[in-house]
Design a protein around this ligand. Structure first.
Ligand code: PMP
Length: 415
């Protein structure tokens, strides 16, 4: 008789999770751009704390004070007993920050995206970028709407699909703002124009760009100076906010509808007080310390130029998320190990998470990385890449001047 437990992870995972340090589920103690791995100090380049706020004393103090006052958990969902005035304060602050009428705070960013499901009803059509985060994919799958995926950032493909759709159906275009693996931006101006022309709502997952992009950290819409382009945002506190938690922000009537229909918000315990307080403290810093954004983009430009000069393919990244394309899973696993041996902890994405033969190592940079950390990262990739024959043995030493500002790179990356 078949056993429902007789399932195994893919052979790739079994190889990667063998003995010794590994890219998946490896315990590391990380803080401020460094980590300790089995007692050895390494540069931490696998953490999405882009602004370096997770270890900020003000954020940590806010979390401790909230625990002292409210305890460790609300032990109830937002709907029933699990809403503190602190949750309402954070919602009001985020709505104002994002220029929206209202916001709903959820326990994770994943749950914020899942909370979109009630919007995707029978007869509706959802157009979704094929590189969208898994939680957006799941939110759409869980709904009744007709799903129309379009090739990553391919606006002609999207337009074709929109034009072929029933003009009377209610429609949404759903996209990540800053894509989490490739580190490239959605094409907001074109998306907004298509949404307007085909009367679709534009939903943007700002998990990686809220806090990071735009002069005030308000994300892709501010970056492109299109404050009214996005109809509904989702976001997370696990990247720029140095905490954990999620948010949906948009028109008051939509947020009100989701408060009472979104299963991921209704049937799950609310965000713990410490995480709410940490997110509020982080929001203050996001607003008052724009230099953190400047710093992480300076470091990113150095890494982009350095890696490209060495001969690595980093795709269209213009951000602190830097994919280094390697190829096969095995080769990528070896490169990951070699880079670690050089003292840098990175993330690895192999098939089936990415298409076969397109495995990559992802670097995530933080404002709290020092210039020395960046030199260390570039030296590690140079040494490891040369050992494996991935880059020329004598790559040029002097890196070209980084572009003067990110807009040049954005233009280049908006292929
Ligand atoms: N959206 C995107 C684009 C993400 O990258 C992530 C997390 N990696 C999420 C949503 C989920 O966020 P959280 O970690 O808060 O669940």
């Amino acid at each position: 008789m078949a056993d429902i437990f007789a399932k195994q992870v893919s052979p790739v995972i079994r190889v990667i999770t063998g003995a010794g340090p590994r890219p998946l589920y490896q315990a590391v103690e990380a803080r401020d751009g460094e980590a300790s791995l089995d007692g050895v100090r390494v540069v931490m380049a696998a953490c999405n704390d882009y602004l370096g706020l997770a270890g900020d004393p003000r954020v940590a103090a806010a979390a401790s004070q909230a625990i002292a006052r409210y305890g460790a958990s609300c032990s109830g969902s937002r709907l029933i007993g699990g809403t503190l005035p602190l949750h309402e304060e954070l919602e009001a602050r985020l709505a104002t920050f994002l220029g929206c009428e209202a916001a709903l705070v959820t326990t994770t960013g994943f749950q914020a995206n899942l909370a979109l499901t009630p919007l995707f009803g029978r007869g509706d059509i959802v157009f979704s970028d094929m590189s969208n985060h898994a939680s957006l994919v799941d939110a759409i799958r869980a709904g009744w709407a007709d799903r129309r995926p379009y090739r990553h950032s391919d606006m002609e493909h999207l337009e074709h699909k929109l034009a072929a759709a029933d003009p009377d159906a209610a429609k949404a275009i759903v996209t990540d703002g800053l894509f989490s693996v490739e580190g490239d931006l959605c094409r907001l101006p074109e998306l907004a124009e298509l949404a307007r022309r085909f009367e679709a709502r534009l939903v943007v997952d700002g998990a990686h760009d809220i806090g990071l992009l735009g002069a005030g950290g308000r994300g892709v819409a501010e970056h492109f100076s299109l404050p009214n382009a996005v109809d509904l945002y989702t976001g997370t506190f696990s990247k720029c906010f140095g905490s954990v938690g999620g948010v949906i922000a948009g028109p008051a009537a939509v947020i009100q509808f989701l408060r009472y229909t979104a299963r991921s918000a209704i049937f799950s315990a609310s965000l713990p007080p410490a995480s709410v307080a940490a997110a509020i403290a982080a929001l203050d810093i996001i607003v008052s310390e724009p230099e953190r954004r400047t710093r992480v983009f300076e470091l990113s430009r150095r890494v982009h130029c350095g890696l490209r000069t060495l001969g690595f393919d980093i795709g269209g990244s213009f951000s602190p998320i830097v994919p280094v394309h390697i190829g096969g899973n095995d080769l990528c696993g070896r490169m990951w190990q070699e880079v670690l041996q050089e003292g840098v902890f990175t993330s690895m994405f192999g098939a089936p998470a990415v298409p076969e033969g397109q495995a990559l190592i992802r670097l995530s940079l933080q404002a709290t990385h020092t210039d020395e950390h960046i030199t260390h990262i570039l030296d590690a990739f140079a040494a490891a890449g040369r050992r494996l024959g991935l880059i020329p043995a004598a790559a040029p030493l002097a890196s070209p001047r980084p572009p003067a500002d990110t807009d040049e790179v954005v233009a280049a990356s908006a292929r």
